[in-house]
Design a binder for this molecule. Structure first.
Ligand SMILES: Cc1cc2nc3c(=O)[nH]c(=O)nc-3n(C[C@H](O)[C@H](O)[C@H](O)COP(=O)(O)OP(=O)(O)OC[C@H]3O[C@@H](n4cnc5c(N)ncnc54)[C@H](O)[C@@H]3O)c2cc1C
Length: 521
């Protein structure tokens, strides 16, 4: 069979993992073709328009983009820094607990100072904790340098040379902070961001939590003018300017080994022959695209046994009031009904949205163009399970689920709970809503093809963070990029694409003879 297109590398999925892999491969001199299910690039990193409002699907804040930040060099490689304006959020966020409200600055030292001001009895504990977080950061920076030099420290070396990192990546955040803080209030204050990682303090990696706080408060929290979709269209543009092709509205249905490479086929009948493939889909979804029996043994079993991270319930509201002018000027406001964040997690897991932590985001504060003059884009977000009320009233039958009365009812009831809570903070909100759109875990699965609508790939447990999945697979020319490999979040997805590109390049070089031809044996 003659393929429609021949290229060096075909990329399945134009999420940030796939786009980054494509661009980093181009930087290494390879030709790329990207195939995307949706009609736009970015996966979760995109927006949609309803009436005159522009709604962000996912992004609240990007981390690590400031000078010296870990993500900045990668974004520079994507070629978009001079095309997109990134706005720094300050404060990073405001959190409202039952008894106090506090704005958290995007500055590490000021964060520690603010925490001590709010809860002075814990001042020594906060100082101890923030110093420990900083030591973890130093270890991680030194470890990264050592890894770049090609050396991989063993467990014994980790304990002697990188002790703070070794400990932090071996315990959950709850154990780490218990060494310094006593009160539930103080522990909750430094754990507000658990929703950004998808697991509560008792289960999420302390190392990852510490690095998340450090990254946002040393290299800033950022939101691009025009939203994340403007950013991902810009990356797509750069890829096309460098000769890459992106085919939208195409679902890859098969990845099959072929002479000297693979052939990828889509539901529209498009065929692409390439020397290697990078899949931005989850490992299980990728496995399903391969011929039966091609991958057997541990890899497939591990992939299938992994628990997806939690999903989300997002209520997008167009409001005909300028809420910022009225004083509600928070880009990011955490509405936390309890100090017990384990109970908070259980509430999200059980779909008790009246009790779960919720973020209220005013997207008009950072980018007034998101709404017409005098209006506001307000988005209410909480974590949510796939199996809420029998898969959101569908019984698991996703065929035309959106027109099912039971789906609409369950979705609406859940959304109403968030709106009622937001109205307690913003009186009269309900009467000001001119348009409302609700995204459930099923919406995530439909547009992003993520298993169970997962936000962050697999659960970000201590073990999963310590033993990161490799971009390589048992098939030598099949690689993975995205949150399932690099960890949840947009910058980690970009990082995973860079790592995958390096692994593909190593493979392709190994397949090239000394006189520059492709090995065929
Ligand atoms: C509500 C919400 C809020 C969030 N907030 C933040 C935040 O503030 N900051 C942050 O950093 N992160 C945030 N995240 C997490 C972040 O968006 C994701 O972890 C990250 O974008 C995942 O990127 P990815 O490349 O792994 O996957 P995705 O974005 O899911 O992209 C995968 C792409 O592959 C395509 N695809 C899959 N299979 C196929 C196939 N067979 N054929 C063709 N195409 C295919 C999909 O259509 C999709 O475009 C949030 C997520 C959500 C949902």
């Amino acid at each position: 069979m003659n393929p429609d297109i021949e290229t060096d590398v075909v990329i399945v999925g134009a999420g940030l993992g796939g786009l980054s892999a494509a661009r980093h491969l181009q930087e290494r001199g390879y030709k790329v073709v990207v195939i995307e299910h949706h009609s736009k690039p970015g996966g979760y990193a995109h927006f949609f328009r309803k009436e005159e409002f522009r709604f962000e699907v996912a992004l609240h804040a990007l981390d690590g983009l400031g000078e010296g930040g870990w993500a900045r060099p990668m974004f520079e490689s994507l070629g978009i820094m001079d095309r997109i304006e990134f706005n720094e959020l300050d404060p990073f966020y405001t959190v409202g607990f039952p008894d106090f409200e506090v704005a958290i600055p995007t500055d590490f030292d000021q964060y520690a100072a603010v925490a001590s001001d709010v809860l002075p009895g814990e001042g020594a504990g906060f100082r101890g904790l923030f110093a420990a977080i900083q030591r973890v950061g130093h270890d991680v920076a030194r470890y990264t340098e050592v890894r770049r030099s090609g050396h991989r420290p063993d467990d014994a070396e980790m304990l002697t040379d990188f002790p703070d990192m070794a400990v932090a990546f071996n315990v959950p955040w709850a154990v780490f902070i218990d060494q310094y803080l006593d009160s539930p209030e103080a522990k909750a204050l430094v754990s507000t961001l658990w929703g950004y990682l998808g697991l509560p303090p008792s289960r999420v990696s302390a190392g990852q939590f510490a690095m998340t706080i450090l990254s946002y408060t040393t290299a800033g929290a950022w939101y691009p003018t025009g939203g994340s979709g403007t950013m991902t269209w810009a990356i797509a543009e750069v890829i096309e300017e460098h000769g890459g092709e992106i085919h939208f509205r195409n679902d890859v249905e098969r990845i099959e080994p072929a002479d000297e490479g693979v052939v990828v086929t889509t539901n529209k009948g498009l065929t692409v022959r390439a020397r290697a493939v990078v899949s931005n889909a989850s490992p299980t979804s990728t496995l399903a695209l391969l011929p039966d029996g091609l991958v057997d043994g541990d890899w497939g079993e591990t992939a299938q046994s992994e628990t997806p991270s939690l999903s989300s319930l997002v209520v997008h509201l167009g409001v005909d009031r300028d809420l910022a002018a009225e004083g509600w000027d928070h880009h990011e406001y955490f509405d936390m009904p309890t100090y017990d964040l384990e109970a908070d997690y259980t509430a999200a897991l059980e779909g008790r949205f009246e009790d779960a932590g919720m973020i209220i985001s005013n997207y008009t504060v950072t980018d007034p163009d998101n709404a017409p003059a005098g209006c506001t884009v307000l988005v209410l977000t909480t974590l949510a399970p796939w199996d809420h009320r029998d898969a959101w009233g569908t019984g698991g039958d996703l065929e035309n689920y959106r027109v099912k009365e039971s789906y609409q009812r369950v979705k609406q009831e859940a959304a109403e709970k968030l709106i009622a809570r937001a109205e307690r903070r913003i009186p009269g909100l309900r009467d000001s809503i001119v348009t409302a759109h609700v995204g459930t875990p099923l919406t995530n699965a439909r547009y992003m093809l993520q298993p169970e609508g997962a936000l962050y790939g697999r659960e970000q447990t201590v073990v999963n963070q310590r033993f990161r999945r490799s971009p390589r697979t048992p098939i030598p020319n099949l690689f993975l990029a995205g949150a399932w490999v690099g960890g949840g979040g947009m910058t980690p997805a970009v990082g995973s694409g860079k790592t995958a590109a390096a692994a593909v390049a190593r493979y392709l070089r190994s397949q090239t003879t000394d006189n520059g031809e492709q090995r065929t044996e």
